[in-house]
Design a protein. Structure first.
Length: 142
């Protein structure tokens, strides 16, 4: 009976260690997503005119390893575009090792129509699993 208790205790301990190693317990997250009219992010804005540049910044926090941040614009309320349609040429991927900011830059010019868009930021791990996402609504005017 003593040997059985010892065996069960050791087995449960080994199983617990095995499960913990297999789980992704990372607390990495997208802590912020902002849009601005300048590269440094000092002039935050959600409204952009044709000819301006839209800058975005997605901040990754509590990141112990490597992640990729995918940023892209999606039509929300735009004539001639289907809601949810990704704007061609708006996709950017940024690799980060540890905490940091993924920067996004897109000139508001051809291909843009006046309306409302959503800037999406998706954080994915090395296995390609989406771990967090944030959106910011932007309006494009003529």
């Amino acid at each position: 009976m003593r040997h059985l208790k010892k065996f069960v205790t050791v087995s449960l301990f080994a199983l617990t260690i095995f499960i913990i190693q297999g789980c992704n317990v990372s607390t990495a997250n997208l802590s912020n997503l902002t849009t601005s009219k300048d590269k440094d992010g000092k002039e935050t804005s959600t409204t952009f005119k044709m000819g301006e540049t839209l800058y975005g910044k997605a901040v990754v926090s509590n990141n112990p390893g490597k992640v990729k941040v995918n940023l892209y614009l999606v039509a929300e309320d735009v004539s001639e575009l289907t809601k949810g349609e990704t704007l061609k040429g708006s996709e950017v991927s940024v690799d980060l090792d540890g905490d940091g900011a993924a920067s996004y830059t897109v000139p508001v010019s051809e291909g843009f129509l006046p309306g409302t868009y959503k800037l999406h930021a998706d954080m994915v791990n090395d296995a390609g699993e989406k771990k967090d996402s944030k959106t910011a609504t932007v309006t494009i005017t003529e």
